[in-house]
Write a protein that binds this ligand. Structure first.
Ligand SMILES: Cc1ncc(COP(=O)(O)O)c(C=O)c1O
Length: 471
C-alpha cells in the first residue's frame, strides 16, 4: 500500500515554495529597498482570530509568500546599507533549507552526527581564517549578543575560579566582585550580555576613546590602576565600531592587559574580526590572538542567513563548564565527537553551523578575502562619491566598510535626507549620532553589491540632499 504521508501534493508544495523563494531572491537587485505593504494591510492579511478550520497548504503558501514579499524590506539585496546586515550567499540559503528539511536537534552528536562534524570543521576553519589558537573552542550562537553572553560566562567562570569561587555551582551571591572595563564606545549588546550574567549593565568602568571611537590603551592602564589591582577583572575591547568601523588598538591593549595577570580580555568583533582573514586589513587585528575570547557574526559579513553568530574561547574548559549540562537520559559524546550544545546556551538547537560551513566551503579562503575587500572598496567608493558634492562631509576615517555622512552640517537636514532616502527606495540606510551630531550610516556588508549599486545609491542620496535643501 502506498504511504500517503508524503505524496504528490507535498512534493508540489515544496517545489512551488522553491519557485516563490527564487522569485523573491531574483527580484532583489531591482526591487525598491522598502516594504510595499502598510501596517494595516499586513494586519489585515496576517492578523485575525485563530481559525477553527485549517487552510489548504498550497493556498496558504501562496498567501504567505505574497504577504511576506509585500512586507519585506530587501535587507539581503545589494543596496541595503542599514545597520550592519549581510545578505545570504545562494549556497547558504540552500544549506539552510536542508537544515530545515532534516530538522535535526543538533545539540548531541548521537542524534545529529553530520551537523556535529560540519560544525567541528567550520570551527577549525574559522580559527584558521582568523589566526586564532587551534586549541580555542567555538560555539555557533544566534548572534553576536549571545556570543558575548557565552564568552563572558566563560570569562566570569575563569576569573572567579582564580579567586577561589565556582560561580556555576555557587552563583554570584557572596562571590568576589568582578570588575568589568569597557571602551566608552562599547556596542549596546555588551552591557546586555553583562546584565544577563548578573554583572550589571551599569557597573562597568568606561575607558576614554579617541576621535574615531577607539579605546585609548593609556587610558585603559589608568583605569586598571584605579582598581584593587589583582581582583577578578574582565576587559572588553572592540574590533569594528558599529558607526565608524574603527578598531581598538588591540595589540597595545593586549600589552596593557598582560601587565595585570589573570585579567580576561574579550573582543567584540561582530564584523571587524573578519578583517583578520584579509591580508590587506589584518594589521588592524594584530595582537587580538592574545585575548581570552572573541565574538563575531556569520549573518553579517559571511553572508549567511539569520541567525548565525560565533563565539570563540581560548580556555575551552571554562567555555564548556559554563555551558554544558548533564542528565541521566543524555548520551554524551565519549570518543571525542562534538556535542554542539556544549558550546552554546541552548540545549535544543537547529544546525545553525551548517550554513556557515557551506559558506566557507563554497567561498574558500580566497572567496572570503575577496568579499571582505570588495565591500571595503565599495564603502570607499561611496565615501569618495559623496565627499565630492557640496555640503556633504564624511566624518570617519573609512578603514573598513562603514561610512558616516553628514549633510549641510545640520542635524535636521541630515535626518531629512535619511527619511527621503528611505522613502525613495533606491537604497536603504539609517542614521545615528556621532560626536553629538546627526549622521547617516552606510554599511557595505553584502556579497552581491557591485559598483553600479554603489553609484546608483550615491546618486539617490545626493538627489535627496538636493531636495532636502531646495527652498
Ligand atoms: C560591534 C557590534 N557588536 C555586536 C553587535 C550585535 O550583533 P547581533 O545583532 O548579531 O547580536 C553588532 C551589531 O551590529 C555590532 O556592530
Amino acid at each position: 500500500m502506498a504511504d500517503d504521508r508524503w505524496n504528490a501534493a507535498t512534493d508540489a508544495l515544496l517545489a512551488r515554495t522553491s519557485e516563490l523563494a527564487a522569485d523573491y531572491l531574483r527580484s532583489l537587485p531591482d526591487r525598491p529597498v522598502r516594504e510595499r505593504a502598510t501596517l494595516a494591510e499586513l494586519r489585515a492579511g496576517l492578523g485575525g482570530e485563530l481559525p477553527d478550520r485549517g487552510e489548504p497548504d498550497m493556498d496558504l503558501i501562496e498567501t504567505l509568500a505574497q504577504l511576506g514579499d509585500a512586507g519585506a524590506v530587501a535587507q539581503s539585496g545589494p543596496r541595503f546599507f542599514g545597520f550592519v546586515i549581510g545578505g545570504s550567499l545562494p549556497i547558504t540559503v540552500a544549506a539552510d533549507w536542508l537544515v530545515s528539511a532534516w530538522d535535526q536537534n543538533s545539540g548531541l552528536y548521537v542524534i545529529s552526527p553530520a551537523i556535529s562534524v560540519a560544525e567541528e570543521t567550520a570551527a577549525r576553519w574559522l580559527l584558521d581564517l582568523f589566526g586564532l589558537p587551534v586549541t580555542a573552542s567555538v560555539g555557533f550562537t544566534t548572534g553576536c549578543q549571545m556570543a558575548h553572553f557565552t564568552a563572558l560566562a566563560a570569562a566570569r567562570r575563569a576569573v572567579l575560579l582564580r579567586a577561589g569561587w565556582d560561580v556555576d555551582a555557587d552563583g554570584l551571591q557572596g562571590a568576589p566582585t568582578i570588575r568589568v572595563i569597557v571602551g566608552d564606545e562599547v556596542h549596546v549588546t555588551g552591557p546586555i550580555a553583562l546584565q544577563m550574567l548578573g554583572l550589571g549593565s551599569r557597573r562597568m568602568d568606561r575607558v576614554a576613546v579617541d576621535g574615531q571611537g577607539r579605546m585609548r590603551a593609556d587610558a585603559l592602564r589608568a583605569v586598571l590602576d584605579e582598581g584593587a589591582g589583582d581582583g577578578p577583572t574582565i576587559v572588553c575591547a572592540q574590533l569594528g565600531n558599529v558607526n565608524s568601523g574603527a578598531f581598538d588598538p588591540i595589540d597595545a591593549i593586549a600589552d596593557v592587559v598582560a601587565e595585570y595577570p589573570g585579567t580576561w580580555l574579550h573582543v567584540d568583533g561582530a564584523f571587524g574580526l573578519w578583517a583578520a582573514a584579509a591580508p590587506d586589513l589584518r594589521h588592524l587585528t594584530k595582537g587580538m590572538e592574545r585575548a581570552g575570547s572573541w565574538s563575531t557574526d556569520a549573518h553579517k559579513w559571511l553572508n549567511v542567513p539569520y541567525d548565525a553568530g560565533i563565539v570563540i574561547v581560548s580556555d575551552s574548559e571554562a567555555h564548556r563548564a559554563s555551558m554544558m549540562l548533564q542528565a541521566a537520559y543524555l548520551v554524551a559524546a565519549t570518543k571525542g565527537e562534538r556535542d554542539n550544545s556544549d558550546w552554546v546556551a541552548e540545549f535544543s538547537r537547529r544546525g545553525r553551523g551548517f550554513p556557515v560551513y557551506a559558506a566557507l566551503r563554497s567561498l574558500g579562503r580566497n572567496g572570503v578575502v575577496e568579499m571582505i575587500d570588495r565591500c571595503c572598496a565599495l564603502a570607499r567608493r561611496m565615501a569618495d562619491g559623496l565627499a565630492k558634492a557640496d555640503g556633504v562631509e564624511i566624518l570617519n576615517e573609512v578603514v573598513l566598510n562603514q561610512v558616516l555622512v553628514r549633510f549641510s552640517d545640520d542635524d535636521a537636514i541630515t535626518r531629512d535626507v535619511i527619511r527621503r532616502v528611505q522613502e525613495d527606495g533606491t537604497c536603504w540606510l539609517g542614521g545615528s549620532t556621532w560626536h553629538g551630531k546627526a549622521v547617516m550610516r552606510i554599511s557595505v556588508s553584502n556579497w552581491s553589491t557591485r559598483e553600479h549599486d554603489a553609484d546608483m545609491s550615491v546618486e539617490a542620496i545626493l538627489r535627496c540632499h538636493a531636495a532636502a535643501t531646495a527652498r
